[in-house]
Write a protein that binds this ligand. Structure first.
Ligand SMILES: [Zn+2]
Length: 148
């Protein structure tokens, strides 16, 4: 059995990225390292519990909301930035295409940073949503290219 002992409290305070989870046996708060995984001893009730280090693996609702956020926030950003530029500069027919391209660029940059952040934080729902969004953006650019 691959059992890991929790670090003493003083040591865990020194670590940079800590997560607080609830022990499945006694419900007390337990501090773990951000990327910790395996079998742990609860310092309160001394029962073993499994933790895989995945982002809030038990919290499906939070996962789903993050997934939705990373899918829809790029398109909201795209529409908002386009709307802002059009209302500020009030472009003539041809210039709208330029602002459309700039907005798409901002949107793509944002989505890529979201995906990188999700990947670094091992935040799978954020990463998957962002990747889906990148796919959608690519498709939009492709379709615009076909139309023009
Ligand atoms: Zn416990």
């Amino acid at each position: 059995m691959n059992r890991k002992l929790l670090k003493p409290y003083v040591n865990s305070m020194a670590g940079s990225n800590m997560v607080v989870i609830q022990c499945p046996h006694c419900g007390e708060d337990v501090e773990l390292e951000d990327d910790a995984s395996g079998l742990f001893d609860c310092p309160h009730c001394h029962n073993n519990f499994d933790w895989n280090g995945d982002f809030q693996s038990s919290d499906l609702k939070a996962k789903f909301l993050l997934f939705l956020f990373s899918i829809f926030s790029p398109s909201i950003l795209f529409i908002t930035s386009l709307w802002l530029m059009v209302s500020v500069f009030s472009p003539r027919s041809f210039e709208i295409i330029l602002y459309l391209v700039i907005s798409l660029g901002i949107c793509a940059l944002y989505t890529i940073s979201l995906a990188i952040y999700g990947g670094l934080k091992k935040n799978k729902p954020l990463l998957q949503g962002a990747l889906l969004s990148i796919g959608a953006t690519y498709l939009t650019i492709f379709m615009m290219g076909e139309l023009l």
